[in-house]
Design a protein around this ligand. Structure first.
Ligand code: IFM
Length: 401
């Protein structure tokens, strides 16, 4: 006997990537920072997956895997290499990328900012500079004009992760450790999102515009400890809700990126514990799987009354030991949230390809498709073939327990 969980008609299935992580060769703040030797495995993004030149073949793989949508980002530093100077060749390239997806009946979801800043922008203060939202909206206007065939836009990716890691924990460039500056950056990004939303709507009134937020399922480390509980509440308010409260009226949809449950202990907010029930496997990142968290964060995002897309969900798992189980169990909770009335319209697995995982370098393997970074050879992982059947059937077929 089998149990079949059907997804709504038209539900979109696919995977996500970001420019810096797969394209390589950029003139941005991360490239500069990597060269200072800051990446844990000593690598630099370099040519990454050479997706800049191999995108057609990569999209053939996505097609073979029955993906019906694909999320990727365009790189600001390629498009505007110097302030006010536009690189038409880069825009034409991204137009070809969109066309390549359309030719394969894959719906493009385009992210306009995914952590990296052009070097010239970083040098004048990046997201701390009051003029950055205006410059961002101007850049967005150029991209939207150049890509009239895109219907789904994601303005910024995980503004909360960026504010946290770059300005509060200080683990990412520009390595600041200040909660005031972190909040200021989060607010700047929200202003940028609103201005970009208006710019896109002015050019394409029918476009669907949202942002992709990283949502964490926060729990108290010691449920009966009042200080832990207050710290947990504050983390949830700032990390999960603050962005949504500021931007909800400028979101046609909310993109939910979900990876983790975190346990908060008073006094260690900068270093939360990534925990889950004992029996859940540990992924290569040291992040524990915890599928019910997916349900809780979807309910949280759904409470803002917008439609949702799961714009990222995945794990580092070089040997593909857990990926199938991970996708199966997390999708089970996506389905449960749908049944409980949450309006979820698609699921993007992170990631299509193994890629440059920020400070971890190339050591963490998130791809449905494995990449050999010496030869650039791609090989489809078994879990990706299994996920392909979910996409093809628009249903999750579960063996009866
Ligand atoms: O690789 C990142 C991505 O850039 C943003 N969300 C989380 C992923 C895995 O860490």
């Amino acid at each position: 006997m089998q149990r079949v969980l059907r997804f709504p008609e038209g539900f979109l299935w696919g995977a996500a990537t970001s420019a810096h992580q797969v394209e390589g060769d950029q003139d941005n703040d991360w490239t500069a920072w990597e060269k200072l030797g800051r990446i844990k495995d000593g690598s630099v993004s370099g040519a990454a997956c050479e997706h800049w030149t191999r995108y057609q073949a990569d999209f053939d793989l996505a097609k073979e895997l029955h993906h019906t949508a694909h999320r990727f980002s365009v790189e600001w530093s390629r498009i505007e290499p110097r302030e006010g100077e536009w690189n038409e060749a880069a825009l034409a390239h991204y137009r070809d990328v969109v066309r390549a997806l359309r030719q394969r009946q894959i719906e493009p979801f385009v992210t306009l900012w995914h952590f990296t800043n052009p070097r010239w922008l970083a040098e004048r203060g990046g997201w701390e500079h009051p003029d950055t939202p205006r410059l961002f909206a101007r850049y967005v206007g150029r991209v939207v004009e150049a890509l009239p065939d895109v219907r789904f836009w994601i303005t910024v990716n995980e503004p909360n992760v960026y504010a946290l890691l770059s300005y509060f924990v200080g683990e990412w460039p520009p390595e600041v450790r200040s909660w005031r500056r972190a909040l200021n950056v989060l607010h700047r990004l929200a202003a940028a999102h609103a201005q970009a939303w208006r710019a896109i709507k002015a050019a394409q009134p029918d476009a669907q515009v949202g942002s992709a937020l990283n949502l964490v399922d926060y729990r108290s480390e010691r449920p009966h400890n009042v200080l832990d509980r207050v710290s947990t509440l504050i983390s949830d308010r700032i990390y999960n809700h603050r962005w949504l409260r500021m931007t909800a009226s400028y979101e046609d949809f909310i993109g939910v990126n979900h990876y983790l449950q975190q346990r908060i202990r008073f006094g260690s907010v900068r270093r939360p514990i990534i925990a889950a029930p004992q029996e859940q496997p540990l992924t290569d990142f040291g992040w524990k799987m915890n599928p019910p968290s997916m349900y809780r964060v979807l309910r949280l995002a759904g409470s803002y009354g917008k439609s949702l897309y799961v714009t990222e969900n995945g794990l580092a798992d070089a040997h593909d030991r857990w990926r199938q189980r991970f996708i199966r169990d997390y999708l089970g909770y996506v389905h449960r949230a749908l049944q409980d009335g949450v309006d979820i319209r698609g699921y993007f697995h992170w990631s299509l390809l193994d890629n440059f995982e920020w400070r971890e370098g190339f050591s963490k393997r998130f791809g449905l498709v494995a990449v050999d970074f010496t030869t650039q050879r791609r090989s489809i992982r078994p879990s990706a073939r299994w996920f392909a059947e979910v996409c093809r059937k628009n249903a999750l077929v579960l063996p009866d327990a």
